[in-house]
Design a binder for this molecule. Structure first.
Ligand code: NAD
Length: 289
């Protein structure tokens, strides 16, 4: 396929490189990042999309996505599919999708889970909103960049799934960290706590697969001095999207709200910026004295 790829940062660059390695013809554009080997470099976003069957965007936020969409939609060929893989708010995803369909294009919101490692190894999970026809067109590309793609429903459903998942993750990580810090205070050995909880009803992905305590459970950023991984900054972004979605839908999300406040404090007033989101554990230990 001919693919236009816009946004070649930490995630976009390895995703595009995997598509090129699989034999697709990729034209890439980024305002700052270098264009990875194997891609043709375009001088503008519009130039990157003219001949493309599928255009993939991997951008920082909804405002930038909407701006880029205005530049590219008029230059895409009819019947092509615009597939946004960024994590953005549900309303931006729906606005871009309706602009694309008004121009005779297919549109998908397809945010990912799996982080930079998943992007490099082609093991991302895609959660996808949009038409079945557009999903079918892009599916072979999801298979190259990832291990799983779930068609979640109409436009916005992919972003809805992403923010619900990450709201659960943020709150679960915090309570896992505060429980380890409580165990310390109670004189309970961390390894014993892991052995019990990871096989009891308190188990979770945060405990079992991404344990925030160094030297316990599988390898995780805790074993690498809490270098991300998944940064506290990105968790804060996703919890902000969850709060905005909850407000605009009139849904109660008190735990998500509290998780947002804690990550906000951690990133903006403490030493959380640039650290993995599981560094909440040393934070609680420090606060507990
Ligand atoms: P990044 O900042 O490394 O990459 C974004 C790229 O977009 C940058 O290279 C930037 O120069 C480029 N860009 C900005 N404005 C542009 C414009 N107008 N035209 C063209 N290019 C432009 O961010 P990332 O870590 O690659 O994340 C991208 C998206 O994926 C975000 O929405 C993020 O929330 C999401 N995400 C990231 C991770 C992760 O672990 N990094 C995991 C899941 C989802």
């Amino acid at each position: 396929m001919k693919i236009g790829f816009i946004g070649l940062g930490n995630m976009g660059a390895p995703m595009a490189a995997n598509l090129a390695k699989a034999g697709h013809e990729i034209t890439g554009f980024d305002t700052a990042a270098p264009i990875p080997a194997g891609l043709t470099s375009a001088g503008s976003a519009a130039d990157a999309v003219r001949d493309a069957d599928v255009v993939i965007t991997m951008l920082p936020n909804g405002a930038i996505l909407k701006m880029v969409a205005q530049q590219i939609i008029p230059n895409m060929k009819r019947g092509a599919v615009l597939c946004d893989c960024s994590t953005v708010d549900v309303n931006s995803a729906r606005t871009v999708a309706s602009g694309a369909s008004a121009a005779g294009l297919g549109a998908l919101d397809a945010p990912v889970s799996g982080g930079i490692g998943g992007a490099q190894n082609g093991t991302l999970t895609f959660m996808v909103g949009g038409s079945g026809a557009a999903f079918a067109t892009v599916s072979p590309l999801f298979d190259i960049m990832g291990q799983k793609a779930v068609h979640c429903g109409d436009s916005g459903a992919g972003q809805a799934a992403k923010i619900c998942n990450n709201m659960i993750l943020g709150a679960t990580m915090i309570v896992t960290c505060e429980a380890f810090a409580l165990a310390d205070k109670l004189g309970l050995d961390r390894q014993k706590m892991f052995d019990v909880v990871s096989t009891s009803s308190g188990y979770s992905w945060s405990m079992n697969a991404y344990c925030p305590a160094p030297g316990i459970g599988p390898q995780s950023p805790a074993d690498n001095d809490y270098r991300p991984g998944f940064s506290a900054d990105l968790m804060l972004k996703d919890l902000g999207l969850a709060r905005d979605a909850a407000r605009s839908a009139g849904a109660q999300t008190p735990m998500g709200e509290l998780a947002l406040q804690l990550y906000e404090q951690f990133v903006e007033q403490e030493d959380g910026r640039g650290r993995d989101f599981s560094a909440m554990l040393p934070r609680f230990v420090k606060m507990n004295g």
